[in-house]
Design a protein around this ligand. Structure first.
Ligand code: UDP
Length: 461
């Protein structure tokens, strides 16, 4: 990139403020902003999500990346229905085009009328496509979940049709490039039910529209390393879009650096791990939104107690009520429960020997980079597809017996992964090999480095 190329450029970065989605986007924007100091980046997100993002990430924004709050679409005085997380998503999406338009006007005014030249947004914000066309600017969506998940969305009509013909049978998807390993029941429910075509839910319509608009993007950015995906999958995706750029995993730096002193590990997870024996600890987390039913929380807790395995559990405050009576007191020395952990660093700590996970996409790759094998309890969305890859393709983890936590099944899984029999040893070897592949892919000769430069040029010129 020439020194002067970014001088007039202004990238509007539009976040989907739910689940893990804003983190990878902010990290991508930060990396781009550091590499292109002359380009201005305006990060637009709801106040609630921004607050959480900056409180938990300890992020220090480069000088040319400015964050703005936009409206969340929840009408004043409206009380959200407890237990219906989709309501907030729907209200947000309904209002989002207008909210972001106002946000961009604010960012342009504050920058001294520096016009927006590119929209970089979460791929779920499908209206970014028309917005960019109206404004005559570039459009670059970021797809946060896995490439095979994108493939499932692209082929959702065909999948639904095949599923209906098979009367819900569980065959693999031989007809769909790169998905032959998946079974029907691994796929997100909204795809199997064909919700895409007729649901009145804005979220369902958004997902359907996504596969229509992505081919119009200047480039689709993937939160993945191309080297980790099968050639058949990457070739097929490549054929669908103008360009597809694999910039690596965006929730972590590979290899994981030591935590800078200013980083907040407010809950003291890392010093606690320092006190534990190597590869002895079970780390447990189900990500930012997913939760298992109450009786499974209790079964998991009983299994941890019975197995005497030291544990670090990232558990949201409202779920503590599901733990067995007296569990917290009895396990005070055995384990540590926190509302939030610096997960990528936890998984790269030498004391962690197994990750009990819902198989969120980012979590799985943080575990790979930490070389920590997994016990999988997939819960929603793409979790089952990720779990299939973990157990059957990469062979770096096991799914819990029967698909749900029971005390007996979980004790067995902990013994298997932490133990010294052949299966456990093989999983550890496999995950170390996969980590090597990722470290190489993240190096100067990897595709991510080349694709990041291409992205930088695209948004800077
Ligand atoms: N995370 C974290 N600390 C926690 C729980 C989660 O840092 O205590 C982060 C985790 O590192 C990951 C993200 O939250 O980057 C969760 O994303 P994932 O795709 O795994 O799951 P989702 O939340 O989308 O279900």
């Amino acid at each position: 990139m020439s020194q002067s190329s970014g001088k007039n450029q202004h990238v509007a970065v539009l976040a989907f403020p739910f689940g893990c989605h804003p983190w990878p986007l902010l990290n991508l924007a930060s990396r781009l902003a550091s590499a292109a100091p002359d380009v201005r980046f305006s990060f637009l997100n709801t106040a609630k999500s921004n607050q959480k993002l900056f409180a938990t990430s300890g992020a220090h924004l480069p000088h040319n990346l400015i964050s703005y709050d936009v409206a969340d679409g929840v009408p004043e005085g409206h009380v959200l229905t407890p237990g219906n997380p989709l309501e907030e998503v729907e209200l947000f999406l309904e209002a989002a085009p207008e909210s972001f338009r106002k946000g961009m006007d604010m960012a342009v005014a504050e920058s001294g009328q520096r016009k927006i030249t590119c929209i970089l947004n979460d791929a779920f914000l499908v209206f970014g496509c028309d917005m960019a066309a109206d404004m005559h600017v570039k459009w670059v969506p970021l797809y946060v979940p896995a490439p095979y998940d994108l493939s499932a969305h692209i082929y959702s009509a065909l999948i639904h049709e095949t599923y209906a013909k098979a009367c819900g049978g569980g065959e693999a998807h031989d007809a769909i490039p790169g998905l032959s390993v998946m079974r029907f029941w691994d796929l997100p429910q909204e795809i199997l039910q064909g919700n895409h075509s007729n649901s009145s839910s804005i979220f369902a319509r958004t997902l359907r529209r996504m596969r229509e608009v992505l081919p119009r993007a200047n480039a689709v950015v993937m939160n993945s390393f191309q080297e980790l995906n099968s050639t058949i999958l990457t070739d097929d995706l490549k054929s669908k879009f103008q360009d597809i750029l694999y910039v690596g995993f965006l929730t972590l730096i590979v290899p994981t650096p030591p935590l800078p002193p200013s980083h907040s590990d407010a809950t003291g997870c890392l010093p606690w791990l320092d006190e534990q024996k190597p590869t002895s600890v079970a780390y447990i987390s189900f990500g930012t939104v997913a939760a298992v039913p109450p009786h499974e929380f209790a079964a998991l807790a009983e299994a941890l107690e019975a197995s005497c395995v030291p544990f670090l559990w990232s558990l949201r405050e409202n779920f503590k009520a599901f733990l067995p009576n007296g569990f917290l007191e009895r396990t005070r020395k055995q384990g540590k429960i926190v509302p939030w952990a610096p997960q990528a660093h936890v998984l790269s700590h030498k004391a962690v020997g197994v990750y009990v996970t819902h198989c969120g996409y980012n979590s799985v790759f943080e575990s790979i980079v930490g070389a920590v094998p997994m016990i999988c309890r997939p819960i929603l969305g793409d979790n089952k597809m990720n779990g299939r890859m973990v157990e059957d393709v990469w062979e770096i983890g096991v799914r819990v017996e029967g698909g749900v936590f029971t005390k007996k099944g979980m004790v067995k899984s902990l013994e298997l992964v932490l133990g010294h029999d052949q299966h456990g040893r093989r999983m550890r070897e496999k995950i170390r090999d996969l980590k090597e592949l990722v470290v190489k892919a993240a190096g100067p000769d990897g595709i991510a480095s080349k694709d990041f430069k291409t992205l930088l040029e695209l948004i800077s010129q």
